[in-house]
Structures are given as C-alpha cells and as structure tokens.
Design a protein around this ligand. Sequence first.
Ligand code: MG
Length: 369
Amino acid sequence: MRIDRLDVYYVAMPLIYPWRTAYGEDRDIHSVLVKLTSGEWEAWSESTPFFAPTYLTESAGSAFYHVTEVFGPHVVGREYDTAADLNARLDVFKGNSFAKAAIEIGWWTLESKISGTPLHRLLGGQTREVIAGADFGIQDSFDMLLGNIQQAVDAGFPRIKLKVARGWDLDMLQVVRQTFPDFTFHIDCNSGYTLADLPFFKAIDGLGLAFIEQPLHFADVLDHAELARQLETPICLDETIVSVRAAQQAIQVGACQYINIKPGRIGGLSNALAVHDLARDAGIPVWIGGMLESAVGSAICVELATLDNFTYPGDLFPSSRFYTRDLAEPHLEFSPGNVFQPFTGDLPVPDPELLEECTLRQQSVVPAT
Ligand code: MG
C-alpha cells in the first residue's frame, strides 16, 4: 500500500480522576492520534507516551514532533507491501518507539481495512475473548484501596495489579495480603526502586505475588537479572522492553519471567509480534498493557491480545473506567465476565466533535512537491 497522507492530532483527554503511579500524577492523558490515508482508504492509529517523559524517555510532544516533522515526511508518498518494509524505512532513526508506533500501527489498521480482514486475524490471533484484570493506582488511604479491591473481587476479576511507590509499598501490601490471603495480585513499581532496596523485595518475597513488574531502572537488564536471581517471586519487565533487541537481551540474561507488551512502547505491532514469539519460544508468558488510550488505541491492544501466548489477564479497561466520554466510538465495553471481544467489523474511530474538543495541535503530512 502507498501511504499518501498522515493527519496527526495531539490530544489531551481529561480523566475522571487522576492516575497516580511511582512517577507522578496525570490528570489528563496526552496522546497522539494519526489518520493514515491510502487512496480512498483511511484508518487510525494511536500512541500514548503521556504529557511528560515520566513513563519512559518519550512524551506526546516528542512523538507529535517526530511524526509530523521527521518520520512522517520520510515515509509518505511511498509503497509498503509489508509493515516490515515500513519499519525498514524508519530504521535510520534511533529509538522513539512511541513515535514510530504511531505510524506503524496505522499500516496494520489500513491493511486490515483494505483487505477486509479483522485486525486480530491479520496479526495471527484467534477470534476469542480477551480476559482483563483489575488495576489500582496509588490511593488516598488503605480503606479506599481495600474497598476497591473488594469490589473487583466481587465483580469476578481474575487478578489485581497494585501500583506501588515509596511510602505506598510494604505496609500496604501486608494489609492487602492479610485481608485477601488467596487472591492473585501482582505489583507494578514503574522503575521506582534500585538494588539497594533488596531488603524491601526480600520482605515481600513471601507474599505470594504473581510477579513484580518493572522494579528497577527502566534501561537496566543486568540489575533485573540480579534481582531475579535473589527472589522467589518472578520478575516482569515492562519499561525495559522498548525493542525486540531489548527483549532478546533481557531473556538472554534471565532478567524476566514475564513480559508486558504495549504496542506503543515497543515500536508498533510487528515488534509486538516478534517479542510475543521470542517470549513464547523461551517459555515466558506475556500480557497486554495499555497507556490509558482512547478506544482507538485500546481496541488495538485487545486485537493483539488474542495471540496465544497472551495468557496472563491484561490491563484493558472499558472506556467508562477513565473517561466521562471516550473520544472514539464505539466505546470499549466489557462482555459478561470482564472480557473483551475482538472487533470483527470496523475498529473504533474518533468522534469528529470530541476529537476537535480534545485537540491541542494538529498537523498534516503530505509528500513534498
Ligand atoms: Mg507497568
């Protein structure tokens, strides 16, 4: 297919309540939406690195800049038979996975539309339900957290993820484990600790957590390998896996027993598939993560999570969990049992009015004349 044009939107989507993690608080989610055009066909992608480089080194601002000023002009006006061809064209640029993903994911959604193949089938997934877990950021009090956990348990969620940060860690986890002795929990540290915190990790090692997600520095596989050797509890990597190469090296040095896959963080869907396969071949289960995207981005996560090695319940949410009104339609909604069905028809697309309301910057990229 030829990519004729990119229409790029930098949006800020107000959350119902702030999202608090080890790296800070977001009151709205800053995201980059791209409409790709090929002849008469149009399709959308989304990449969501947040407002500031707090999750990783990119931000929505840097992704918008790179898509509109650098990567976009380099890719429009050319034919790409495969997503690999597009990635090869983008290979000259280092890093910036979220920005690359904003374009690469669009190749897949366009191809899905042009070929009339549901995206999950195009990716090699099955038309099957995708199981979601529950996920709680840092709360105002233990009581609030325990109440929320009880609700999630009552609602039948299969596992709960708890964000931890200094001051919201050991005591909180002990109280939670005491109150819910048998339930499946894992924690997400969002790179908030170092190997000097080994006593903390030893203290929680007996709590029977499913795994500890991204405990240490985002770019450090060696320290994660060392921590994995010291603990019974498995380690899961999220922020560290920014590329296929990063996944290869993490697996090679024994830095993780689980991998979280986010298509944006990993540079798009082709890389996500490659990491899925690498992990499967190494006996490492993967699970899908999200960045609180609109339904455009979260639907793509659902499609990807239909692949066979996505065995741990994903971080996938109905639109109403975070947004008064998701800017894309159809909104993401649970089927009974807290599961999502992949899309067999059209994927969600932005509602034009809401998109305009949320857009802070807009720029289009067409071939130079
Ligand atoms: Mg994480």
